[in-house]
Design a protein around this ligand. Structure first.
Ligand code: F6R
Length: 610
């Protein structure tokens, strides 16, 4: 995830910025840069930027000491708009008068870009951020606060900004909406940062900016303003976290932090694609004719991403009426699949580097298939080689077990299914509108589920010593339990298997005995009665049943030992809600078994070998 540091004071700024950025390295990044004011009003600002590691920036600047000046901003970038290149790295400048670093996503940057081009601005990068630099320049008539207010009024989306104006040496500005920004003070100068670890080595005295608050740092003080340009008071607190706790945002593990980041990751993935109640996928570059010409979809992926494909199959077939086949990437590449003309290959991958998924993509391309990839890492191998790319906006995922990337992959599939359904005319307007509206509610509903975390922790205590767990579900719930079982087994080392509930009586039910743990997911209206029958079957054989079902389905309490309720949504979207309690359950079971949750044995985050 991108990182921001800003400093002004009495010390050499470049050193402080580089040290601060180094403390944010753990978050993942692909390029970095700094901009330091030389202290002379009106001197053009210059950015020093590199692709790759911070060390390259250190090498270029003699560890910062070749850059004169005592105020500046720095950034580590995790690419979203445009590949990881020097041109796309931050800070972005407007004619040397304004420099900006940015975390977040500007949804209307395409429109803003066109407006600014018409005003004579030229663009050096593909980023959404450069529009902010030019907007600030356009509105800067000598009053930085006014320029910032006018600029942010034109931005749709999320942002935390660090800003320098060439005619205001010694001043650093910041502003935020839906992306975190802190300000911190020390005797030696003042700071802004996206995250606490960046400043911990200099000060523990911090304040957290609220949405639409502006901060102005000067060497001898910090001022805060609201959007009317009026001064406001902020309370500073002393951070007691050590560096390790600070990196995890105060959570005990990255996995828990990433579980909690899901509402934001979903919002960031969904919101930029919704305009006036419609799904807009212009960045995908697929024409309506192309979408209509697809008569079959072949999906491939590994692990959790394969579970996303299993969900997508149900959703795409139900909404867009396109037949979908799903293969494990490691199987697809060797089974000599028969691929009919008009079949589109879809590859789903967080890292974009998974060896089997990449090989499957190459196989499909060799067969002349149109290849669409859903990828989280911009510029990764799969993203580069696919014909069309849908980027998820999960940000970097550090825990080995995927959570937020999985959720955003689901969101991408929902949007593709809805878009295809509209273009192919397979959904009436009313149903389409209802689904788009329900989609936008998912991030908030995930937030609601997270508030029930304590109950999942309590339930995890009951499951912590179990030897085997059986996860059952029907239809889309079957796809969800595949993920639930994998989450539990990979981080708790408990043997867990997922079954389509209707399959139990064809063999597996012989394993069910007194004390067996069964997790049943039951959210699909049309399959509810049948799923309840399966729950009754296992209960009658002595299993302890934990059921996950939708709010109001209280009848479930008659059949299950424990019931967890999740908010109501459209049937096709339940997988996004169901997965959250399942993630929490796996996390807390792992925790109570004393396992290294973020780094379970034998597993790597990205599997780049066969
Ligand atoms: C499970 C998990 C893995 C990945 C799989 C694919 O929690 O993280 O199963 O989903 O290795 O990885 P990507 O999505 O990077 O291709």
């Amino acid at each position: 995830m991108c990182g921001i540091v800003g400093y002004t004071g009495y010390a050499h700024a470049a050193n402080i910025l580089l040290d601060g950025l180094e403390r944010l390295e753990y978050r993942g990044y692909d390029s970095a840069g700094i901009c330091v004011s030389d202290g002379n009003a009106g001197h053009p600002l210059k950015a020093i930027r590199v692709k790759g590691r911070l060390q390259a920036l250190r090498d270029l600047t003699d560890n910062g000491s070749s850059v004169e000046g005592t105020s500046g901003i720095g950034h580590t970038r995790w690419a979203t708009h445009g590949e990881p290149t020097v041109e796309n790295a931050h800070p972005h400048l407007s004619g040397g008068r304004v420099a900006v670093v940015h975390n977040g996503i500007i949804e209307n940057y395409m429109e803003l870009r066109e407006t600014l081009k018409a005003r004579g601005y030229t663009f050096q990068s593909e980023t959404d951020t450069e529009t902010i630099a030019h907007l600030l320049d356009y509105y800067d008539k000598g009053d930085p606060l006014d320029a910032i207010v006018r600029t942010v009024m034109h931005l749709r989306g999320s942002f935390a900004l660090g800003i320098l104006f060439s005619d205001r040496p010694g001043e650093v500005y910041g502003v935020r909406r839906d992306s975190p920004l802190i300000a911190a003070s020390s005797e030696n100068g003042n700071f802004i940062a996206s995250d606490v670890p960046a400043i911990l080595q200099y000060t523990r005295n911090v304040t957290y900016l609220d949405n639409m608050e502006i901060v102005c740092l000067k060497p001898d003080g910090i001022s805060f303003y609201n959007m009317d340009g009026e001064p406001i008071e902020k309370t500073f607190t002393t951070v007691s976290w050590d560096v390790e706790a600070a990196e995890k945002g105060g959570y005990a593990h990255f996995m828990l932090k990433e579980i909690h980041e899901q509402p934001k990751a979903m919002e960031d993935t969904i919101r930029p694609h919704i305009r006036d109640g419609q799904i807009v996928l212009e960045e995908l570059g697929m024409t309506e004719d192309e979408i209509r010409s697809i008569n079959r979809i072949q999906m491939v992926a590994c692990g959790s991403a394969w579970h996303v494909c299993m969900t997508a199959k149900y959703v795409m077939e139900r909404l867009a009426k396109v037949p979908v086949d799903v293969d494990l990437a490691s199987e697809f590449r060797y089974r000599n699949p028969v691929l009919s003309p008009g079949t589109m290959l879809m590859v789903v991958s967080q890292s974009g580097e998974t060896a089997d998924s990449l090989a499957a993509l190459r196989y499909g391309k060799d067969q002349g298939m149109l290849c669409l990839a859903i990828v989280n890492v911009v510029g990764s191998s799969i993203a580069r080689e696919a014909d069309r790319v849908f980027y998820t906006s999960a940000g970097p995922e550090i825990a080995v077990a995927t959570t937020k990337a999985y959720s955003t992959q689901l969101a991408a599939c929902y949007m593709l299914a809805l878009h295809f359904a509209r273009v192919r005319g397979t959904m009436d307007e009313e149903a389409y509108a209802k689904h788009v509206e329900a989609l936008t509610r998912l991030p908030g509903q995930i937030g609601e589920i997270l508030q029930g975390e304590a109950r999942m922790q309590w339930l995890a205590g009951k499951y912590a010593n179990t030897r085997d767990a059986f996860f059952i579900g029907r239809g889309l719930d079957y796809a969800s339990v595949l993920e639930g079982a994998l989450k539990l087994k990979e981080i708790s080392y408990i043997h867990a298997e997922a079954y389509a509930a209707g399959e139990l009586k064809h063999g597996t039910i012989s394993l069910i005995e007194k004390g067996s743990m069964v997790l049943a997911v039951a959210t699909q209206k049309d399959l509810l009665e049948k799923e309840v029958s399966n729950i009754v079957e296992v209960h009658a054989r002595g299993a302890t049943v934990l059921a996950l079902t939708m709010d109001g389905n209280y009848a479930m309490e008659d059949e299950a030992d424990f019931t967890v309720y999740i908010p109501r949504t459209e049937d096709v979207f339940y997988p996004s809600l169901v997965v959250v309690p399942l993630q929490l359950l796996a996390y807390y079971v792992s925790l109570s078994r004393g396992i290294d949750v973020d780094k379970p044995r034998n597993l790597a985050k990205s599997v780049t070998v066969e």
